[in-house]
Design a protein around this ligand. Structure first.
Ligand code: COA
Length: 240
């Protein structure tokens, strides 16, 4: 069985070769004090968005994730993180306005993942394992019939992890395409355990072959997935 790529300590000077996809994980700030050092990095619209979060933990997480994203992009591009400008597709996927470096990020309960490639479209997702959220009712609403059947075949002790594995693989694919939920969650199926695979889509074989999914295991209690355009690339994972 394919095991998730191990996490390495972050290099002091990050660089992103053409043949790599890199994923980083960071713990997110939980309080306004912890988030304070990220605020000067943010653009006016990000600062305004930060102020709109009513829940302290969400506000700190947003500022921490955007700030860290800017620091990592700045390091790769050898640019001032504050000068980077983002634009958004109609479904809200951020991209760099003046560079073709691709990125995506996800956060859940204090943890963030950031994925980067030189040119390959990609999406990343992380979820904290929450047994109460992994109900059969939610699975039937969001998962395809093939995924629901696979989930029902799982032994009860593996149910929560399989549910969130499915969830993150689906989200990573949606986020790589950038279309969000508008794509239709029941129109494609992913594997729920073992190697991460896009199993089928109603757009045919060519679409299935266009993407590569990878399982991410950032820390106990969380699962994640990366989806990027298929190709001869290597995945490296870093923590800091
Ligand atoms: C917005 C969405 C892309 C992801 O939302 P999410 O899982 O709640 O949040 P995540 O933390 O994984 O990702 C959010 C980040 O993705 C990025 N993002 C936003 N819209 C995006 C899009 N259309 N495509 C790719 N990335 C997007 C942003 O950077 C955003 O973070 P930020 O605004 O704080 O910078 C979208 O798929 C969604 O609304 N999902 C709802 C959850 C759901 O029902 N999932 C069903 C899975 S089976």
């Amino acid at each position: 069985m394919e095991s998730p790529v191990p996490w390495e300590e972050a290099p002091p000077f990050p660089s992103l070769p053409e043949n790599q996809v890199q994923v980083w994980q960071t713990a997110l700030p939980q309080t306004d004090e912890q988030a304070a050092s990220f605020l000067p990095l943010l653009s006016p619209d990000e600062t305004e968005r930060t102020g709109r979060f009513l829940v302290t933990r969400s506000r700190a997480a947003f500022a921490g994730a955007r700030g860290t994203l800017r620091l990592l992009l700045g390091a790769y591009l050898d640019s001032d993180p504050r000068q980077l400008r983002f634009c958004y597709n109609p479904q809200g996927k951020p991209a760099l306005e003046d560079h073709d470096l691709c990125f995506n990020l996800s956060h859940s309960r204090g943890l963030a993942l950031y994925a980067f490639s030189r040119r390959l479209p990609l999406g990343v997702d992380v979820e904290c394992l929450r047994p109460a959220a992994a109900s059969a009712q939610i699975a039937r609403r969001f998962f395809s019939p093939r995924e629901v059947a696979a989930l029902e075949d799982m032994s009860p002790d593996r149910h929560t992890e399989a549910f969130f594995t499915c969830w993150t693989r689906k989200e990573a694919y949606l986020k790589a395409r950038g279309e969000g939920l508008s794509l239709g969650l029941r129109r494609f199926a992913v594997s729920l355990d073992g190697p991460a695979r896009l199993l089928d889509t109603d757009e045919g074989e060519a679409e299935t072959r266009r993407w590569r999914l990878c399982a991410l295991s950032p820390r106990p209690g969380y699962v994640g997935a990366l989806c990027a355009a298929a190709g001869d690339w290597e995945l490296r994972c870093f923590y800091r």
